[in-house]
Write a protein that binds this ligand. Structure first.
Ligand SMILES: Nc1nc2c(ncn2[C@@H]2O[C@H](COP(=O)(O)OP(=O)(O)OP(=O)(O)O)[C@@H](O)[C@H]2O)c(=O)[nH]1
Length: 416
């Protein structure tokens, strides 16, 4: 019978250690050797304090008394293996009296793996609850089964308001069906999608977010969960917009700057080519603007530039472009001109409007402009050459006495 119980103890998955009341190991099974790395003989030379070096020896007598009284105690600790590893163990310590002797029979289970997975679960749950990224998890039916606190902070929706809902209730309506179709196509094909999307908060506010969706599949390869992570990118968009505006618009007048004006000219040339209609570029330079600055100061000069730009705008269609490309230099693009002769009327109106007196900070200021014109496709077919031609024509207008216009074609005729 004794032999049988030894065999069965050796077959046990858990380690079994018999301790005398002084903490010395008097018996161990096969599993104990397996996880601690010591032979049975070696273990009988050791004490519980060798296996558990952090065990405070001074409390041992107190623990012995308690364990004797309770008969059975469960606890978690760490054991040091022969090769120096500390492993997590779960111990069930039982007080046994046998053959007039007292023992503790400790059943020890190696829980290192469980601890590691507990720790990674704890870490995952910490990340889930503490991250500033909003998270949303849906099930096979695409119904929400989990959200994190950042989701509530970002969208304004609490857990009980979203549970079981299809996430499409967050849509802002800004993206069309084809946008969502291609998102779903990517999710079906690759299980992932990421990109920029506009959603709506509970308070109705529409905001841009960077969204990344991943899919978890079950063992049969069917969709099990989809996990969406997103961040509010309103501030990023705002600063991108600011940088873009600074790069493309003139801060004083709010008009397109040189770079943007050239882009528009490019675009309008392409349009005119498609429509087979001419396009006219006006290069406008103020006459004697330096004197306004010198006489009335830079502030009034600035105000004059703003006023002039507003007067020019009143003379053109909304679809035409007015840009400020230098100090007192403006460019107008008259796109898709059906009637070239109508340009002369616009020019007359513009020159008159600019030369009407201005009242700036109680000062009466007058100014005029010289305008050079170039025609697409006759004078040039590319944006920068067309602008240069208009510039040359403007110089000719100055040369002829200012406050007037000149077509580039007139220069070509003059040099012939
Ligand atoms: N107030 C103000 N002045 C500017 C600004 N940018 C450039 N200027 C001034 O605008 C003037 C432009 O020079 P010019 O075109 O040679 O001066 P102008 O007196 O108009 O000369 P003409 O074109 O030959 O009649 C310079 O004195 C610049 O200092 C600006 O943003 N604000």
């Amino acid at each position: 019978m004794h032999q049988l119980s030894k065999i069965s103890m050796d077959m046990a998955y858990d380690a079994i250690l018999w301790l005398a009341l002084d903490g010395s190991i008097v018996y161990s099974n096969f599993s104990a050797s397996r996880y601690l790395g010591y032979s049975e003989e070696e273990l009988t030379q050791l004490t519980i304090f060798d296996l558990d070096p952090n065990y405070p020896r001074e409390v041992w007598p107190q623990h012995v008394a308690e364990h004797k009284q309770k008969k059975s105690v469960s606890l978690e600790s760490k054991h040091l293996t022969k090769d120096g590893r500390m492993i997590d163990v779960e111990i069930s310590c039982n007080y046994v009296e046998w053959d007039g002797q007292e023992y503790f029979c400790s059943i020890v289970r190696d829980i290192t793996e469980r601890k590691e997975s507990d720790n990674s679960l704890k870490l995952a749950s910490l990340i889930y609850s503490e991250t500033s990224q909003a998270m949303l998890v849906t099930d096979q039916e695409n119904e929400i089964i989990a959200i994190n606190p950042a989701f509530t902070a970002l969208t304004g929706y609490a857990w009980d308001e979203v549970l079981g809902k299809n996430p499409k209730f967050l849509s802002s309506g800004r993206q069309d069906k084809s946008f969502y179709d291609s998102m779903w196509e990517s999710l079906h094909l690759r299980g992932t999608w990421q990109g920029e999307i506009w959603n709506r908060r509970k308070n109705g506010e529409i905001y841009p977010e960077w969204l990344s969706i991943n899919t978890v599949y079950d063992e049969k390869g069917a969709v099990y969960r989809r996990i969406a992570l997103f961040t509010d990118i309103t501030e990023i968009k705002k600063s991108e917009e600011l940088i873009w505006n600074q790069a493309n618009y003139d801060a004083l007048t709010g008009l397109p700057n040189r770079r943007m004006t050239l882009d528009r000219l490019d675009f309008e040339i392409k349009k005119s080519r498609r429509e087979n209609l001419p396009l006219v570029v006006l290069f406008i330079d103020l006459d004697g603007f330096k004197e306004v600055n010198d006489t009335f100061g830079h502030d009034i000069g600035d105000q004059l530039l703003i006023e002039v730009s507003q007067r020019i705008l009143k003379c053109v269609r909304e679809s035409d472009t007015l840009g400020r490309i230098g100090g007192d230099e403006f460019v107008v693009i008259l796109g898709e001109v059906v009637d070239i002769d109508s340009t002369d009327r616009i020019l007359k109106e513009m020159l008159n409007a600019i030369s009407e007196p201005y009242l700036l900070q109680n000062h009466a200021v007058t100014i005029s402009a010289s305008i050079g014109l170039a025609l697409f496709p006759d004078d040039s077919e590319d944006a920068s050459t067309l602008l240069k031609s208009a510039d040359k024509a403007m110089y000719e207008a100055k040369h002829r006495g200012k406050n007037q216009h000149c077509w580039y074609s007139e220069l070509k005729t003059a040099t012939r």
